[in-house]
Design a protein around this ligand. Structure first.
Ligand SMILES: C[S@@+](CC[C@H](N)C(=O)[O-])C[C@H]1O[C@@H](n2cnc3c(N)ncnc32)[C@H](O)[C@@H]1O
Length: 286
């Protein structure tokens, strides 16, 4: 695409989350979150994307979806419920000559249900169940009022043995299996941000994944302390004033594999299959 058109678009569209180079020297003006993104990339390097079907949940401007495609994924679906960024995504898709299929009206709570038009299409590839080899669940868990529901949904759309690449805020320095509630409207225990609800400990995160039919690849686990950049150039100005934050919040990334329900303890399996008590687990291939 010609440079002038990119320049004009960047002038018009000023709200970006990701930084993506659209032409030499022309980078989308996203947040200064490179330490988070680099950790995700390091953990992701353990996965082979070649020829794989990948789902990127909460894709925002789509950086990790485009990267999945560049890593050789055969098919990439990108979802979000952020209409505000849809035009950014579409523009980048054109710049990168990408074949990613975006659905910007799909919530992470309803993947199996809302992606039915994708899973249940039966025209050319009748034998293909279209479940995913990799689901990217990045920078999302702590934004959700109901994180377990979204993990179960991610599990629902993965092939058995498929990989979940997960990245999230987490509560550091505690061994117990607990989730710190952000305490809206005013406590800001996790972040001073109204779209943040929880920070689980590492133990809790791993147990939530086990309770959602995942087996964590412990070797993939990575973490670091991360204070939200308060600098104006970081463009996130919601960190608590110095010393006001009694909890250490970091970022954790890991890979977990989808295990069959038959591997679970029989009582857990029975509980998970009672969908009226545990909305979320569906078999879109069924
Ligand atoms: C921190 S950004 C992460 C973007 C991208 N996945 C990444 O890791 O770079 C949060 C994303 O989660 C989505 N999101 C935030 N709160 C949400 C909610 N309650 N329900 C669904 N999506 C949400 C936003 O639309 C946005 O795409």
């Amino acid at each position: 695409m010609d440079r002038q058109r990119i320049e004009a678009f960047l002038k018009k569209r000023t709200y970006w989350y990701h930084k993506m180079e659209l032409a030499p020297g022309l980078v989308t003006p996203g947040f200064n979150l490179e330490p988070i993104w680099d950790q995700t990339r390091r953990v992701r390097a353990r996965l082979d994307y070649k020829g794989k079907a990948v789902l990127d949940i909460a894709t925002f401007d789509g950086m990790f979806a485009f990267e999945a495609e560049r890593l050789g994924a055969a098919r990439v679906i990108a979802t979000d419920c952020l209409y505000k960024s849809f035009e950014n995504f579409l523009f980048c898709r054109e710049v990168f000559s990408s074949a990613i299929c975006p659905y910007y009206n799909v919530s992470p709570y309803n993947l199996a249900d809302r992606l039915d038009v994708y899973f249940k299409e039966r025209y050319d590839d009748v034998d293909d169940d279209r479940l995913f080899d990799v689901v990217q669940h990045l920078g999302l868990l702590y934004h959700l009022r109901d994180p377990l529901r979204s993990l179960m949904q991610a599990r629902s759309v993965l092939k058995p043995g498929g990989a979940l690449l997960l990245e999230t805020d987490f509560l550091m320095d505690r061994e117990e299996s607990i989730m710190l509630f952000n305490g809206l409207p005013t406590a800001a225990r996790v972040r001073d941000n109204y779209s943040v609800w929880w920070a689980p400990t590492k133990t809790c995160l791993i147990e939530m994944l086990q309770a959602s039919l995942f087996e964590v690849d412990h070797k993939s686990y990575s973490e670091f302390f991360f204070d939200v950049p308060g600098r104006p150039e970081g463009r996130i100005l919601d960190s608590a004033p110095d010393g006001a934050q009694p909890y250490r919040i970091g970022r954790a990334a890991l890979i977990a594999r989808a295990v069959p329900v038959s591997n679970a303890h029989p009582k857990l399996a029975a509980e998970l299959m009672r969908t009226y008590r545990n909305p979320g687990f569906e078999d879109p291939g069924a």
